[in-house]
Write a protein that binds this ligand. Structure first.
Ligand SMILES: [Zn+2]
Length: 394
């Protein structure tokens, strides 16, 4: 509350690591139930109505805990949700960052039901990242139980469009990060060992369109200029831009073109995914892609796109947060590992601004974006313990 002197922890005695683990173990079923509720509320990025529904549901959940919710409306995407919690000490808030959109279309639950099997909870979005949202709820609830009120202000920001590039939410994420002491991203942990993510690659997406000249493949083969042939040659050039040792990868993941086998293709296109390890690599790969040269001068090339997320580099601020996380984990004899991963998240934005960011604090499991997506239930208590400790200590 405002006016009170800053305090690192409350006056009431705080439970030690082992007690905290016991606390969350005793609440394990409640955490699982929260995750189930969220998974069973499908929320594909491109279905505004569905995404808005889960936003409203979560606003209510966080308000029950005393948070003040604010819906950031978007016309083109689902609404994003900000929840502010006051805290005892007048410290800068910590920002808990996540997303409730998933890559799964409505109706996925019919073939991929939310179910427990061998102590694993399965379902669309369970790992990426509805379990992370549940961890936020339960860590906040626990801190309130232990301290009487939150030990410091906490801002939760849940976005609607992370899986499709965060175009509607990025500015808000960046503004909230600027006001925060640090950013904790509840995206899935890396691998079954549950490592937190201290580095992520940067991500770009480009579209290459080729216009050729159509002709009858039988009657006038010499008059045509095939967009498909030109695209194939360009792809061979693009493939040479891969430099795995330097952490640069370029993948034409989707190609389209042509109309019939007996027509020289007038149009062809490719979607190209680009990953970079360091921010300094962005300009170089961008320039190379933008300056592709035609093989067939009768064709036309058009390339659009950008590096959307710069890499999350392991800065001193990131390393310091990891060290704190390790200290909290060590209280329950847990050797918390770190990992550098190829996928991007909204943590790339905040780390790119120089705000200390720790990612991969969410659920532990496998199969994000895949039919076997699951989390390991027994990992939940210590993930919640870690998050609670980080909220206190960032
Ligand atoms: Zn995610």
């Amino acid at each position: 509350m405002p006016g009170k002197k800053p305090a690192k922890s409350g006056s009431a005695p705080q439970p030690a690591g082992a007690d905290r683990q016991r606390f969350f173990s005793e609440h394990r079923h409640e955490i699982v139930n929260t995750i189930r509720e969220l998974v069973e509320m499908e929320s594909p990025s491109d279905d505004k109505q569905a995404v808005d529904r889960i936003a409203a549901f979560l606003a209510q959940k966080f308000e029950t805990l005393g948070g003040c919710s604010q819906v950031h409306r978007s016309d083109d995407f689902g609404n994003s949700l900000q929840i502010d919690f006051a805290g005892r000490a007048s410290r800068k808030p910590v920002l808990l960052l996540g997303h409730y959109d998933t890559v799964y279309p409505l109706g996925t639950l019919a073939n991929m039901p939310c179910k427990i099997e061998n102590e694993r909870l399965h379902g669309p979005g369970v790992l990426d990242m509805k379990s992370g949202i549940a961890l936020m709820l339960h860590a906040i609830e626990a801190l309130q139980a232990w301290h009487g009120e939150l030990p410091r202000p906490v801002t939760v920001f849940l976005v609607s469009d992370e899986e499709v590039g965060s175009y509607s939410s990025r500015k808000i994420t960046e503004r909230l990060a600027k006001e925060s002491a640090g950013v904790l991203v509840l995206e899935p942990a890396a691998g079954l060992r549950g490592a937190v993510k201290t580095a992520r690659k940067g991500v770009g997406e480009y579209t290459l369109r080729v216009k050729g000249v159509a002709a009858h493949a039988g009657l006038d083969p010499g008059k045509g200029h095939s967009a498909i042939l030109e695209l194939a040659r360009q792809i061979a050039v693009i493939a040479k831009m891969n430099n795995l040792r330097q952490g640069v990868s370029v993948n034409p993941g989707v190609i389209q073109g042509g109309t019939r086998s007996n027509v020289v293709a007038a149009e062809a296109s490719a979607l190209i995914d680009v990953r970079i390890k360091r921010a300094a690599q962005a300009a170089g790969i961008h320039r190379k892609l933008r300056s592709l040269k035609l093989f067939d001068k009768h064709c036309k090339l058009e390339i659009t796109g950008n590096i959307n997320r710069l890499p999350m580099e392991r800065t001193a601020g990131v390393a310091a947060l990891y060290k704190r996380a390790q200290q909290i984990a060590s209280q329950v004899k847990w050797n918390l590992e770190e990992a550098s991963v190829g996928g991007g998240s909204d943590g790339n934005f905040t780390a790119g601004m120089g705000i200390p960011t720790l990612d991969g604090l969410g659920g532990v499991g496998e199969g994000a974006h895949a039919v076997h997506e699951f989390i390991v239930i027994s990992e939940l208590p210590r993930r919640a313990l870690l998050l609670a400790g980080m909220i206190e200590n960032v």
